[in-house]
Design a protein around this ligand. Structure first.
Ligand code: COA
Ligand code: MG
Length: 287
């Protein structure tokens, strides 16, 4: 599936050390998987996790799910070895943590095949300040928000409305949108058994413009896939807006009205994007 146009509603973290979870993910309805060697793997388990993950990726069976490998920072004692072992194992994307500047991205780009896309963890205050330059780096194809690290570094408190993180969240979406084709993924919801809290946070992230959300547990997948997919009424409205605009153009007018709201060309662009997303989701579901 084309990495640029595929859906990224649900992006599930799996610790590279957990064979059971690596196996289970082959049948989960998640759009993408982050195979993690960083924070989810203890220092003493790093070497073995690398090999476990290499085997799982080579065996594959993950279908259309995007396979994203999160390595340790290249400034850590594990990063270079992570790249060496996993460079050719079958990942679609490499995800780099603890990035502060575009130069940090260069360091990984130099080690990978030129065609390998890089995603970046947006999880330090400096990174958020440098978001436009990082998103504009020619190898960067996605930004993943690390809300737990950001909360730690900022010294802010967790609040259900995420007000203390709002500037960072918005800056990440803006940086992605200022560069064509860069994906923006929201952070995790820690209370993974709280479905109502997750739903509210998914809807907030979606309304802010994120493409999807990172997840930590399979029970979060359905709620997230639903929240980040266009609803039936949104699809219906998009179709009617496109049709009404075409009719009004045919009669020589530049503006239509649907459900009491004006429809200009820019609304039609957004409506077509909604329909394209529905198509991409349908392709993802078709095995
Ligand atoms: N991906 C795939 N499968 C997962 C999973 C994940 N992230 N988390 C749990 N599962 C599987 C378990 O293997 C188990 O499978 P089984 O019943 O078929 O054996 C099933 O889902 C139920 O798991 P459960 O017992 O409810 O969870 P747990 O208590 O074992 O683990 C966590 C809870 C939070 C420790 C675990 O979900 C996890 O490690 N999540 C990822 C954390 C992470 O990657 N963090 C880094 C980024 S923030
Ligand atoms: Mg982190």
């Amino acid at each position: 599936m084309d990495l640029a146009t595929r859906p990224y509603r649900s992006v599930l973290y799996i610790p590279g050390s957990k064979t059971r979870a690596l196996e289970k993910a082959r049948s989960l309805q998640t759009d993408a998987i982050i195979f993690d060697l960083e924070d989810a793997v203890a220092p003493e388990a790093k070497a073995e996790a690398r090999e476990t993950l290499k085997e799982a990726l080579q065996q594959d069976g993950y279908g259309k799910r995007a396979k994203i490998v999160r390595i340790n920072a290249l400034t850590s004692q594990w990063g270079f070895e992570d790249v060496r072992v996993l460079r050719d194992a079958g990942a679609d994307i490499f995800l780099l943590p603890k990035v502060n500047t575009p130069t940090d991205v260069d360091a990984l780009a130099d080690l990978l095949d030129p065609g390998m896309p890089i995603w970046v963890m947006m999880e330090t205050p400096t990174c958020v300040f440098n978001a436009p330059e990082i998103a504009a780096h020619h190898r960067v194809a996605g930004l993943v928000t690390g809300t737990n690290d950001l909360t730690k570094d900022l010294g802010c408190r967790y609040r259900p409305d995420r007000l203390p993180l709002m500037t960072a969240l918005q800056r990440i979406v803006m940086a992605a949108r200022a560069t064509r084709g860069v994906v923006a993924i929201d952070g995790v919801y820690n209370r993974f058994r709280d479905g109502d809290g997750l739903k509210a946070e998914c809807e907030q992230g979606r309304d802010l413009g994120f493409d999807g959300k990172t997840l930590i547990h399979p029970m979060q997948i359905d709620v997230t896939n639903t929240a980040f997919a266009p609803s039936a009424s949104e699809v219906d409205l998009a179709r009617r807006q496109i049709a009404a605009f075409e009719d009004s153009q045919a009669s020589g007018q530049g503006i239509a009205v649907v459900d009491g709201q004006i429809v200009e060309n820019l609304h039609v662009v957004a409506a077509k994007r909604t329909l394209a997303k529905v198509d991409a989701i349908a392709q993802m579901a078709a095995e």
